[in-house]
Design a protein around this ligand. Structure first.
Ligand code: SF4
Ligand code: SF4
Length: 429
């Protein structure tokens, strides 16, 4: 087995990339490609019985139900003709519906969009805006499992080298203010906390939210760390912040509510940070569904044999095998690594150096955990070594002396465990 950590020869510092000192916001617009691909999450039964077909015309902002037997819907980001509909497996085998659309020259906004999102019924808004740029799930905030006391708007990026959410705070302070007002209205007026690095305090103060500044050191911007450091609450193992009445949404998601609800414009573009082979970064704005090769080509970043493409940043990103992969609502970054930057490691065993244990922010005995995960002992990994307390920061992989892909074992372990528990639940009725 060949293991390839995402860090190359030069290890980056563990401070987030910042945009302090940046006077002008430079965001490049990527042209709309001839074909976009939308990935829709839906239950396998719905994916087998789709209610639209190749040849159907679709407008920007049009909301389609995936199947007559499912509540799953998606909102188109372009105007055009559906050219392919296919089942697909996403990250860790998640079932997806892939909908390709050949884009028309004229961009026509569906007349139902404004009516639906401006309706007094939050259900309608939630259906059309179920996925906002930045990966926010508005429906989960409108219908929380536990009454919402607080919404955290994250204006800090989740990974190193990424500046997408910071750029939103810097360039869209007024949109954030209007978006926050609307968000409070449709979610029962919870307290709204806006988290930013210190150098964005002035812009953030225009939002009307309770602004909290965090030290821009990794992994302070991850939700569990914000919960602990800013809200003084610890998320129990295997649960999420929603179970404590705290919802999270990205700054980009909130800002997009303004144009959607107040101006009736579908939120069809996504800002993202593109990290090149030289680790230089560029923030771009792109239509959701655009294939990654169109972004790379517009930025003149060539992909060569042996280079690696990663969705996300260096700590928690995942490599993908094709440049055809589309930019999704939650794609905050893409990273290209040259073949010379990638370290190839053999199948070395753990040398028990303890670096991973010292690096782990939640003090998991990672050296022991990884032994169980390597042997597919997922239940024991959770019960004996705290698998479900992991906040998915990737620091253990980063520091591992033996270059074991610990983080990837952890993600796989969590996924396998969730499948096992779901199977048990359905067997028990
Ligand atoms: S990814 Fe690794 S270092 Fe981070 S919380 Fe999980 S076990 Fe700890
Ligand atoms: S850092 Fe790697 S080699 Fe060291 S104890 Fe942890 S898993 Fe083992």
């Amino acid at each position: 087995m060949i293991r390839r950590p995402f860090f190359g020869c030069g290890k980056p510092k563990l401070d987030y990339a910042g945009i302090d000192g940046l006077d002008q916001v430079d965001i490049k617009d990527i042209p709309v490609s001839e074909r976009v691909v939308l990935f829709v999450e839906a239950p396998p039964s719905a994916i087998s019985d789709v209610s639209f077909q190749v040849g159907d015309k679709i407008k920007t902002g049009q909301n389609l139900r995936v199947s007559p037997f499912s509540k799953a819907t998606f909102t188109s980001t372009v105007t055009g003709v559906i050219s392919n509909v296919a089942k697909k497996k996403g990250y860790l085998g998640k079932p997806l519906l892939s909908v390709s659309i050949d884009v028309s020259e004229a961009d026509e906004v569906d007349e139902d969009f404004a009516r639906a999102v401006q309706a007094a019924e939050p259900e309608e808004t939630g259906r059309y805006l179920s996925e906002l740029p930045g990966g926010a799930n508005l429906n989960a905030l409108i219908h929380p499992r536990t009454p919402l006391k607080t919404i955290v708007v994250n204006g800090m990026d989740k990974d190193l080298l990424v500046t997408t959410q910071q750029m939103v705070v810097k360039s869209k302070a007024d949109d954030l203010k209007d978006g926050i007002e609307y968000l409070k209205k449709i979610t029962g007026n919870p307290k709204v906390v806006l988290v930013v690095p210190p150098y964005l305090g002035t812009e953030a103060s225009k939002s009307g939210a309770d602004v909290r500044t965090i030290t821009p050191s990794y992994p302070n911007s991850l939700p569990e760390m914000i919960m602990k450091d800013m809200l003084e609450q610890v998320v129990p193992a295997g649960m999420d912040s929603m179970s404590l009445g705290v919802g999270f949404i990205s700054a980009e998601g909130v800002a997009s509510l303004k144009s959607a609800v107040i101006e009736g414009k579908p939120p069809v573009t996504k800002m993202l940070t593109v990290i090149g082979k030289d680790e230089k970064t560029q923030v771009v704005r792109v239509r959701v569904g655009t294939p990654i090769h169109s972004v790379l080509s517009a930025l003149q970043i060539p992909m060569e044999q042996g280079d690696r493409l990663v969705i996300g940043g260096p700590m928690t990103g995942r490599s993908i095998y094709t440049e055809e992969t589309p930019i999704l609502q939650d794609t905050d970054a893409i990273m290209v690594q040259g073949r010379d930057q990638i370290l190839l490691n053999g199948n070395d065993p753990c040398i028990n150096c303890g670096e991973c244990v010292r690096a782990c922010p939640v003090r998991i005995p990672v050296n022991m955990l990884v032994r169980l995960l390597e042997n597919s002992q997922y239940e024991n990994a959770a019960s004996e070594y705290d698998l479900l307390s992991c906040i998915e920061c990737g620091l253990c992989s980063y520091v591992c002396e033996a270059k074991i892909p610990v983080f990837h074992y952890i993600m796989l372990g969590k996924y396998e465990l969730s499948l096992m528990r779901r199977a048990e639940e359905s067997a028990n009725g």
